[in-house]
Design a protein around this ligand. Sequence first.
Ligand SMILES: [Fe+2]
Ligand SMILES: [Fe+2]
Length: 150
Amino acid sequence: MTTKTILRVNSIPEVALDFMNKTHFEEIGMVETLGETICEHQQNNNKIEQLTDALDHWLEHTRSHFSRENLLMMDIRFPMYSVHSAEHSSILKEMENMVNAWKNNHNIAAVYDYVFTSWPNWFSSHVNSMDMITAQFALMHGYDATSTPD
Ligand SMILES: [Fe+2]
Ligand SMILES: [Fe+2]
């Protein structure tokens, strides 16, 4: 079975900090696997439980992803903290709504649209703007590229 590619790892630019790149690449891998499960579900109408678990796991990963970046921004006193963290809050709300809707109605078309179109567009533009600028700012202000906020 051929599955449409969601995002190519090399289409997302590397930012200046290792921990952010690691998280981004992990997330893309996770969403690729999720996309395969969605396509399998569309063919056989099964995999409901597997899909629900994968969505929950993705949400959890996204929460940690965003809270680590928020922590970094506080550590380095990033001047655009409120703009960047507001984007995190709004996408997280959107994802939670999508996952809750799936749990209530099992409407695969809505999940498909979100995973194959809305999220990749958002992710790509977010990494290219907010994450890129934040990581650059951190590096310029003495943050070690190999450390992780804790
Ligand atoms: Fe990020
Ligand atoms: Fe971010």
